[in-house]
Design a binder for this molecule. Structure first.
Ligand code: KG4
Ligand code: ZN
Length: 361
Protein backbone atom coordinates (compact mmCIF):
# COMPACT_ATOMS: atom_id res chain seq x y z
CA UNK A 1 0.00 0.00 0.00
CA UNK A 2 1.50 3.33 -1.09
CA UNK A 3 0.46 6.32 0.99
CA UNK A 4 1.01 9.97 0.16
CA UNK A 5 1.41 12.05 3.35
CA UNK A 6 0.81 15.79 3.58
CA UNK A 7 1.88 17.85 6.62
CA UNK A 8 0.73 21.46 6.91
CA UNK A 9 -0.01 22.04 10.60
CA UNK A 10 2.37 24.92 11.18
CA UNK A 11 5.29 26.45 9.27
CA UNK A 12 6.54 23.51 7.20
CA UNK A 13 4.89 22.07 4.12
CA UNK A 14 5.93 18.43 3.94
CA UNK A 15 4.93 15.80 1.39
CA UNK A 16 6.14 12.19 1.24
CA UNK A 17 5.34 8.82 -0.25
CA UNK A 18 5.66 5.73 1.94
CA UNK A 19 5.30 2.08 0.96
CA UNK A 20 3.56 0.16 3.75
CA UNK A 21 3.00 -3.11 1.90
CA UNK A 22 2.73 -6.37 3.83
CA UNK A 23 3.85 -6.34 7.42
CA UNK A 24 7.45 -5.12 6.96
CA UNK A 25 8.66 -1.75 8.23
CA UNK A 26 7.28 0.95 5.89
CA UNK A 27 9.79 2.39 3.42
CA UNK A 28 10.18 5.98 2.33
CA UNK A 29 9.90 6.25 -1.49
CA UNK A 30 10.27 10.02 -1.72
CA UNK A 31 9.93 13.14 0.38
CA UNK A 32 10.08 16.90 -0.05
CA UNK A 33 9.81 19.77 2.38
CA UNK A 34 9.49 23.52 2.26
CA UNK A 35 10.25 25.44 5.43
CA UNK A 36 8.59 28.84 5.87
CA UNK A 37 11.08 29.89 8.53
CA UNK A 38 12.61 32.69 6.45
CA UNK A 39 9.18 34.14 5.69
CA UNK A 40 8.15 34.27 9.35
CA UNK A 41 11.53 35.46 10.63
CA UNK A 42 10.71 39.11 9.98
CA UNK A 43 7.77 38.82 12.42
CA UNK A 44 9.62 36.89 15.16
CA UNK A 45 7.17 34.00 14.99
CA UNK A 46 4.63 32.18 12.83
CA UNK A 47 1.94 34.39 11.21
CA UNK A 48 -0.95 31.93 10.69
CA UNK A 49 -2.50 33.66 7.65
CA UNK A 50 0.85 33.81 5.83
CA UNK A 51 1.49 30.17 6.73
CA UNK A 52 -1.81 29.05 5.15
CA UNK A 53 -1.21 31.01 1.95
CA UNK A 54 2.28 29.62 1.59
CA UNK A 55 1.12 26.01 2.12
CA UNK A 56 -1.28 26.54 -0.81
CA UNK A 57 1.58 27.69 -3.04
CA UNK A 58 3.91 24.82 -2.09
CA UNK A 59 1.89 21.67 -1.67
CA UNK A 60 1.28 20.66 -5.30
CA UNK A 61 4.82 21.36 -6.59
CA UNK A 62 6.15 19.37 -3.60
CA UNK A 63 3.79 16.51 -4.47
CA UNK A 64 5.09 16.51 -8.05
CA UNK A 65 8.66 16.45 -6.73
CA UNK A 66 7.91 13.47 -4.45
CA UNK A 67 6.27 11.46 -7.27
CA UNK A 68 9.22 12.25 -9.55
CA UNK A 69 11.65 11.07 -6.85
CA UNK A 70 9.68 7.85 -6.45
CA UNK A 71 9.46 7.46 -10.25
CA UNK A 72 5.71 6.82 -9.97
CA UNK A 73 2.57 8.47 -11.38
CA UNK A 74 -0.12 9.87 -9.04
CA UNK A 75 -2.29 6.91 -9.96
CA UNK A 76 0.15 4.66 -8.02
CA UNK A 77 -1.07 6.16 -4.73
CA UNK A 78 -3.41 3.90 -2.71
CA UNK A 79 -4.41 6.44 -0.02
CA UNK A 80 -3.81 10.09 0.80
CA UNK A 81 -3.00 11.02 4.42
CA UNK A 82 -2.93 14.53 5.83
CA UNK A 83 -2.40 16.07 9.24
CA UNK A 84 -5.84 16.54 10.78
CA UNK A 85 -4.55 18.24 13.94
CA UNK A 86 -3.40 19.63 16.26
CA UNK A 87 -2.11 22.81 14.64
CA UNK A 88 -3.18 26.08 13.03
CA UNK A 89 -6.74 25.72 11.69
CA UNK A 90 -6.17 27.52 8.37
CA UNK A 91 -2.90 25.72 7.73
CA UNK A 92 -4.49 22.34 8.50
CA UNK A 93 -7.38 23.13 6.14
CA UNK A 94 -4.94 23.54 3.24
CA UNK A 95 -3.52 20.04 3.69
CA UNK A 96 -6.94 18.57 4.31
CA UNK A 97 -8.44 20.33 1.27
CA UNK A 98 -5.66 19.24 -1.06
CA UNK A 99 -5.70 15.67 0.29
CA UNK A 100 -9.47 15.48 -0.19
CA UNK A 101 -9.25 16.85 -3.75
CA UNK A 102 -6.48 14.40 -4.63
CA UNK A 103 -8.36 11.50 -3.09
CA UNK A 104 -11.53 12.46 -4.95
CA UNK A 105 -9.72 12.86 -8.28
CA UNK A 106 -7.87 9.55 -7.88
CA UNK A 107 -10.79 7.66 -6.35
CA UNK A 108 -8.65 6.81 -3.31
CA UNK A 109 -9.41 7.06 0.43
CA UNK A 110 -8.29 10.01 2.55
CA UNK A 111 -6.92 9.58 6.09
CA UNK A 112 -6.64 12.25 8.79
CA UNK A 113 -3.52 11.72 10.95
CA UNK A 114 -2.71 13.05 14.43
CA UNK A 115 0.44 15.18 14.16
CA UNK A 116 1.90 13.88 17.44
CA UNK A 117 1.28 10.27 16.44
CA UNK A 118 3.36 11.09 13.37
CA UNK A 119 6.17 12.41 15.55
CA UNK A 120 6.11 9.54 17.98
CA UNK A 121 6.15 6.86 15.27
CA UNK A 122 8.78 8.66 13.16
CA UNK A 123 11.73 6.57 14.50
CA UNK A 124 10.22 3.60 12.62
CA UNK A 125 11.68 5.14 9.46
CA UNK A 126 15.19 5.22 10.97
CA UNK A 127 18.00 2.73 10.49
CA UNK A 128 17.45 1.59 14.11
CA UNK A 129 13.66 1.27 14.50
CA UNK A 130 12.27 0.61 18.00
CA UNK A 131 10.10 -2.28 19.14
CA UNK A 132 6.95 -1.94 21.24
CA UNK A 133 6.46 -1.28 24.11
CA UNK A 134 8.40 1.91 24.83
CA UNK A 135 8.26 5.23 26.62
CA UNK A 136 8.06 8.18 24.23
CA UNK A 137 9.37 11.62 25.07
CA UNK A 138 7.55 13.98 22.71
CA UNK A 139 9.25 17.34 22.67
CA UNK A 140 8.13 19.86 20.07
CA UNK A 141 7.35 23.55 19.82
CA UNK A 142 3.84 23.05 21.20
CA UNK A 143 4.02 19.85 23.25
CA UNK A 144 6.09 18.18 25.95
CA UNK A 145 4.71 14.80 26.91
CA UNK A 146 5.81 11.42 28.20
CA UNK A 147 3.71 8.57 26.83
CA UNK A 148 3.65 4.85 27.34
CA UNK A 149 3.32 3.29 23.90
CA UNK A 150 2.23 -0.37 23.74
CA UNK A 151 1.53 -0.46 20.03
CA UNK A 152 0.15 1.60 17.18
CA UNK A 153 -2.80 3.55 18.61
CA UNK A 154 -2.14 2.36 22.17
CA UNK A 155 -0.93 5.47 23.94
CA UNK A 156 -1.13 6.31 27.63
CA UNK A 157 -0.23 9.79 28.79
CA UNK A 158 2.24 9.58 31.71
CA UNK A 159 2.97 13.27 32.16
CA UNK A 160 3.06 16.58 30.30
CA UNK A 161 3.94 20.22 30.67
CA UNK A 162 1.64 22.30 32.81
CA UNK A 163 2.64 25.49 30.97
CA UNK A 164 5.26 26.06 28.23
CA UNK A 165 6.59 23.28 25.98
CA UNK A 166 10.32 22.50 25.91
CA UNK A 167 10.57 23.92 22.37
CA UNK A 168 8.89 27.11 23.59
CA UNK A 169 11.46 27.37 26.40
CA UNK A 170 14.24 27.15 23.78
CA UNK A 171 12.46 29.64 21.50
CA UNK A 172 11.66 32.17 24.24
CA UNK A 173 15.16 32.04 25.75
CA UNK A 174 16.60 32.51 22.26
CA UNK A 175 14.34 35.52 21.67
CA UNK A 176 15.55 37.11 24.93
CA UNK A 177 19.11 36.68 23.62
CA UNK A 178 18.19 38.32 20.30
CA UNK A 179 18.65 35.08 18.33
CA UNK A 180 15.49 35.30 16.23
CA UNK A 181 13.02 32.57 15.32
CA UNK A 182 12.96 29.61 15.62
CA UNK A 183 15.33 29.82 18.52
CA UNK A 184 16.04 26.17 19.36
CA UNK A 185 18.71 25.43 16.76
CA UNK A 186 20.30 28.90 17.12
CA UNK A 187 20.39 28.69 20.92
CA UNK A 188 21.95 25.24 20.87
CA UNK A 189 24.62 26.40 18.38
CA UNK A 190 25.51 29.40 20.57
CA UNK A 191 25.51 27.17 23.66
CA UNK A 192 28.44 25.17 22.19
CA UNK A 193 30.70 28.13 23.05
CA UNK A 194 29.32 28.73 26.54
CA UNK A 195 29.50 27.26 30.03
CA UNK A 196 26.54 25.14 31.10
CA UNK A 197 27.25 25.93 34.75
CA UNK A 198 27.64 29.73 34.43
CA UNK A 199 24.14 30.49 35.73
CA UNK A 200 22.10 28.18 37.98
CA UNK A 201 18.75 28.38 36.20
CA UNK A 202 15.82 26.58 37.87
CA UNK A 203 14.98 22.92 37.11
CA UNK A 204 11.20 23.14 37.70
CA UNK A 205 9.31 20.08 39.00
CA UNK A 206 12.52 18.03 38.93
CA UNK A 207 11.66 16.45 42.26
CA UNK A 208 7.88 16.71 42.04
CA UNK A 209 7.50 12.94 42.16
CA UNK A 210 5.28 12.94 39.06
CA UNK A 211 6.09 13.01 35.36
CA UNK A 212 4.89 16.56 34.63
CA UNK A 213 7.02 19.43 33.37
CA UNK A 214 6.97 23.22 33.79
CA UNK A 215 9.14 25.55 31.73
CA UNK A 216 7.47 28.96 32.14
CA UNK A 217 9.69 29.91 35.09
CA UNK A 218 12.84 29.39 33.05
CA UNK A 219 11.92 32.20 30.69
CA UNK A 220 11.57 34.58 33.66
CA UNK A 221 14.90 33.44 35.10
CA UNK A 222 16.64 33.98 31.74
CA UNK A 223 15.01 37.42 31.40
CA UNK A 224 16.18 38.42 34.90
CA UNK A 225 19.73 37.24 34.16
CA UNK A 226 19.91 39.03 30.80
CA UNK A 227 18.62 42.27 32.42
CA UNK A 228 21.17 41.98 35.22
CA UNK A 229 24.05 41.52 32.76
CA UNK A 230 22.78 44.34 30.52
CA UNK A 231 22.60 46.80 33.41
CA UNK A 232 26.10 45.85 34.56
CA UNK A 233 27.54 46.30 31.03
CA UNK A 234 29.94 49.25 30.56
CA UNK A 235 27.64 50.98 28.05
CA UNK A 236 24.54 50.41 30.23
CA UNK A 237 21.09 49.13 29.19
CA UNK A 238 20.34 48.61 25.52
CA UNK A 239 18.44 50.98 23.31
CA UNK A 240 17.36 48.37 20.74
CA UNK A 241 17.45 44.75 21.96
CA UNK A 242 17.73 43.98 25.66
CA UNK A 243 20.65 41.60 25.10
CA UNK A 244 22.71 43.97 22.89
CA UNK A 245 25.11 45.12 25.66
CA UNK A 246 26.03 41.51 26.53
CA UNK A 247 29.32 40.13 25.26
CA UNK A 248 29.18 37.11 22.98
CA UNK A 249 30.63 35.01 25.83
CA UNK A 250 27.91 36.16 28.23
CA UNK A 251 25.22 35.31 25.68
CA UNK A 252 26.80 31.90 25.06
CA UNK A 253 26.92 31.25 28.83
CA UNK A 254 23.23 32.15 29.21
CA UNK A 255 22.39 29.91 26.22
CA UNK A 256 24.43 26.98 27.56
CA UNK A 257 22.98 27.32 31.07
CA UNK A 258 19.38 27.55 29.81
CA UNK A 259 19.90 24.54 27.55
CA UNK A 260 21.44 22.58 30.44
CA UNK A 261 18.39 23.29 32.62
CA UNK A 262 15.91 22.16 29.94
CA UNK A 263 17.93 19.06 29.02
CA UNK A 264 18.49 17.98 32.63
CA UNK A 265 14.75 18.04 33.32
CA UNK A 266 13.94 16.15 30.09
CA UNK A 267 16.58 13.48 30.80
CA UNK A 268 15.68 12.94 34.47
CA UNK A 269 11.94 12.80 33.82
CA UNK A 270 12.44 10.34 30.94
CA UNK A 271 14.46 8.09 33.25
CA UNK A 272 11.76 8.40 35.91
CA UNK A 273 9.14 7.36 33.31
CA UNK A 274 11.22 4.30 32.39
CA UNK A 275 11.54 3.42 36.08
CA UNK A 276 7.81 3.91 36.73
CA UNK A 277 6.76 1.72 33.79
CA UNK A 278 9.54 -0.83 34.12
CA UNK A 279 10.25 -0.41 30.40
CA UNK A 280 13.78 -0.42 28.98
CA UNK A 281 13.23 1.45 25.72
CA UNK A 282 12.92 5.19 25.13
CA UNK A 283 11.88 6.95 21.93
CA UNK A 284 12.57 10.66 21.58
CA UNK A 285 10.61 12.57 18.94
CA UNK A 286 9.69 16.11 17.94
CA UNK A 287 11.81 19.12 17.01
CA UNK A 288 13.71 19.33 20.32
CA UNK A 289 14.77 15.70 19.74
CA UNK A 290 17.30 17.16 17.28
CA UNK A 291 19.12 18.83 20.18
CA UNK A 292 22.69 17.59 20.40
CA UNK A 293 23.16 17.95 24.15
CA UNK A 294 19.90 16.10 24.81
CA UNK A 295 21.02 13.24 22.56
CA UNK A 296 24.52 13.08 24.06
CA UNK A 297 23.23 12.97 27.62
CA UNK A 298 20.50 10.43 26.91
CA UNK A 299 22.90 8.22 24.93
CA UNK A 300 25.47 8.25 27.74
CA UNK A 301 23.09 7.58 30.61
CA UNK A 302 21.04 4.96 28.72
CA UNK A 303 24.22 3.09 27.72
CA UNK A 304 25.32 3.14 31.37
CA UNK A 305 22.02 1.71 32.58
CA UNK A 306 21.41 -0.88 29.86
CA UNK A 307 18.50 1.10 28.34
CA UNK A 308 17.87 1.57 24.61
CA UNK A 309 17.13 4.97 23.12
CA UNK A 310 15.81 5.59 19.59
CA UNK A 311 15.48 8.80 17.59
CA UNK A 312 14.06 9.69 14.20
CA UNK A 313 16.66 10.48 11.53
CA UNK A 314 17.78 14.07 12.19
CA UNK A 315 15.98 15.47 9.14
CA UNK A 316 12.73 13.82 10.29
CA UNK A 317 12.82 15.30 13.83
CA UNK A 318 11.05 18.50 12.86
CA UNK A 319 7.75 18.55 10.96
CA UNK A 320 7.63 16.57 7.70
CA UNK A 321 5.27 14.61 5.46
CA UNK A 322 7.07 11.29 5.91
CA UNK A 323 5.88 10.88 9.50
CA UNK A 324 2.27 11.52 8.42
CA UNK A 325 2.40 8.93 5.62
CA UNK A 326 4.22 6.54 7.99
CA UNK A 327 1.60 6.87 10.77
CA UNK A 328 -1.16 6.13 8.25
CA UNK A 329 0.87 3.18 6.92
CA UNK A 330 1.46 1.70 10.38
CA UNK A 331 -2.24 2.15 11.20
CA UNK A 332 -3.13 0.36 7.98
CA UNK A 333 -0.81 -2.52 8.87
CA UNK A 334 -2.35 -2.70 12.35
CA UNK A 335 -5.86 -2.79 10.85
CA UNK A 336 -6.69 0.57 12.42
CA UNK A 337 -6.98 2.79 9.40
CA UNK A 338 -10.05 5.00 9.51
CA UNK A 339 -10.60 6.27 5.98
CA UNK A 340 -13.31 8.42 4.54
CA UNK A 341 -15.43 6.41 2.06
CA UNK A 342 -15.85 8.39 -1.15
CA UNK A 343 -19.65 8.14 -0.94
CA UNK A 344 -19.63 9.86 2.47
CA UNK A 345 -18.54 13.08 0.83
CA UNK A 346 -15.49 15.02 1.92
CA UNK A 347 -15.25 16.37 5.40
CA UNK A 348 -12.84 19.18 6.10
CA UNK A 349 -13.00 18.42 9.80
CA UNK A 350 -9.59 19.44 11.01
CA UNK A 351 -8.92 19.34 14.78
CA UNK A 352 -6.73 22.33 15.75
CA UNK A 353 -6.90 21.08 19.37
CA UNK A 354 -6.82 17.31 19.59
CA UNK A 355 -5.47 15.41 22.62
CA UNK A 356 -3.45 12.36 21.57
CA UNK A 357 -5.14 10.36 24.31
CA UNK A 358 -8.38 10.55 22.29
CA UNK A 359 -6.81 8.28 19.67
CA UNK A 360 -8.14 5.02 21.04
CA UNK A 361 -6.97 1.84 19.34
O1 KG4 B 1 8.25 19.27 16.07
P1 KG4 B 1 8.49 20.64 15.58
O2 KG4 B 1 9.15 20.82 14.24
O3 KG4 B 1 7.17 21.47 15.48
C1 KG4 B 1 6.11 21.33 16.34
O4 KG4 B 1 5.31 20.38 16.14
O5 KG4 B 1 6.05 22.17 17.27
O6 KG4 B 1 9.33 21.37 16.73
C2 KG4 B 1 9.77 22.68 16.60
C3 KG4 B 1 10.50 23.06 17.87
C4 KG4 B 1 10.85 24.53 17.94
O7 KG4 B 1 10.52 25.01 19.23
C5 KG4 B 1 12.36 24.53 17.73
O8 KG4 B 1 13.01 25.63 18.34
C6 KG4 B 1 12.76 23.22 18.37
O9 KG4 B 1 11.73 22.33 17.97
N1 KG4 B 1 14.06 22.73 17.88
C7 KG4 B 1 15.15 22.60 18.69
C8 KG4 B 1 16.21 22.13 17.86
N2 KG4 B 1 15.72 21.99 16.59
C9 KG4 B 1 14.40 22.35 16.63
N3 KG4 B 1 15.32 22.84 19.99
C10 KG4 B 1 16.53 22.61 20.51
N4 KG4 B 1 17.59 22.18 19.80
C11 KG4 B 1 17.48 21.93 18.48
N5 KG4 B 1 18.55 21.50 17.80
ZN1 ZN C 1 5.61 18.90 15.07
Amino acid sequence: MRILGIESSCDETGVALVDASGSGTPRLLGHALHSQIEMHQAYGGVVPELASRDHIRRVLPLTDAVMAQAGLPLSAIDAVACTRGPGLAGALLVGSGVASALGFALGKPVVGVHHLEGHLLSPFLSADPPEFPFVALLVSGGHTQLMRVDGVGRYELLGETIDDAAGEAFDKSAKLLGLGYPGGPALSRLAEQGSATAYPFPRPLLHSGDLDFSFAGLKTAVLTQVKRLAHAAPEGPATSHLADPLTLQQKADVAASAQAAIVEVLVKKSLAALRATGLKRLVVAGGVGANRRLREQLNAICAQRGLRVHYPELHLCTDNGAMIALAAGLRAQAGLLVTEPIEAGWRFDVRPRWPLAELAA
